[in-house]
Design a protein around this ligand. Structure first.
Ligand SMILES: Nc1ncnc2c1ncn2[C@@H]1O[C@H](COP(=O)(O)OP(=O)(O)OP(=O)(O)O)[C@@H](O)[C@H]1O
Ligand SMILES: [Mg+2]
Length: 276
């Protein structure tokens, strides 16, 4: 496509540009919000390392020192997980699609939100079945997932449960990710509006600095549409809300650094992922 100056852009081209800018701004906000949460968590990890290092120096016996080293190792591993998840989010700003393991995205999102979810007494249950990789931009889908999890958390200020499920939807042949909460649900008359830009029932940012702009779900929908995917909602007042993402299966896309592999449809049965 030939390059044009901004003055020559048609209205629809300008709209596309503005949407891209909004999406980029939303990514940066999401990253900023998460950095606030995770910096706190990082400090906790660091305190653990310092305290157990002191304990190891004070006590010369082998048992205490072994325990101190184990605690330091575990804290170090957790710190590495947090950094990796943040780096994962900061990486891949290109918008390229690649075979994406949705279960891994779920793991990463939970590392990032673990502390916040614990604080608000949200119990998380995951059912990550073996599904083929999705054709997706992992960074963008991660953002969708984080938006859904933060919405679920905000819907349940007194705690609750979130069930996350990944698997292959046999009917559509697409990879599916569902986030279900047992919060207050969404009234039928409001349900059609939740994907509208700037529609929000929240008073403004909560004490973690999140929420209230009403761009979360509209960005989720834009991202899912750009993936030829779907975002669906089902909600019952008093029972809870479930958001379902559907993405096409990755076929024959090369993973960076590895030869092109055929990532075909899997066999019909889904195995429980006990390794997660
Ligand atoms: N899990 C949920 N349970 C109940 N209501 C929800 C849930 N998710 C979204 N909603 C409703 O949909 C509205 C729109 O959500 P959306 O994520 O687009 O905006 P927001 O969360 O209010 O603000 P933002 O995401 O921009 O910080 C919310 O204000 C809320 O009323
Ligand atoms: Mg939101």
């Amino acid at each position: 496509m030939a390059e044009k100056h901004s003055t020559e852009l048609s209205e629809s081209e300008q709209l596309v540009l503005l949407k891209e800018q909004l999406a980029r701004a939303q990514r940066m906000t999401a990253l900023g919000e998460l950095l606030g949460t995770t910096t706190h968590e990082y400090n906790n990890v660091l305190m653990t390392v310092l305290n157990y290092a002191k304990m190891g120096i004070r006590h010369k016996d082998e048992v205490t020192r072994d325990k101190a080293f184990e605690k330091i190792l575990a804290a170090g591993e957790r710190a590495a997980k947090i950094t990796n998840s943040i780096l994962g989010l900061a990486r891949n700003r290109s918008g390229d699609f690649e075979p994406t393991d949705l279960a891994k995205l779920v793991d990463d999102a939970l590392v990032l939100l673990e502390r916040e979810l614990r604080k608000y007494r949200i119990a998380i249950e995951t059912h990550l079945e073996s599904a083929p990789p999705a054709k997706a931009n992992p960074n963008q889908i991660q953002q969708v997932l984080l938006n859904l999890l933060i919405n679920a958390r905000q819907a349940m200020p007194n705690g609750g449960q979130v069930v996350i499920r990944v698997g292959l939807d046999q009917a559509s042949g697409m990879v599916e990710l569902t986030v279900r909460d047992n919060g207050p649900g969404i009234a039928e008359d409001k349900l059609p509006r939740i994907f509208d830009p700037y529609y929000s029932t929240k008073k403004g940012p909560d004490e973690t600095g999140k929420g209230g702009t009403g761009v979360g779900l509209s960005a989720c929908r834009d991202i899912m549409e750009s993936h030829q995917g779907k975002i669906l909602v089902a909600s019952t007042v008093g029972k809870g809300t479930a958001f379902t993402l559907r993405l096409p299966v990755a076929q024959n896309i090369s993973v960076a650094g590895t030869p092109t592999v055929a990532l075909g449809m899997p066999t019909g049965h889904a195995l429980p992922r006990s390794d997660r």
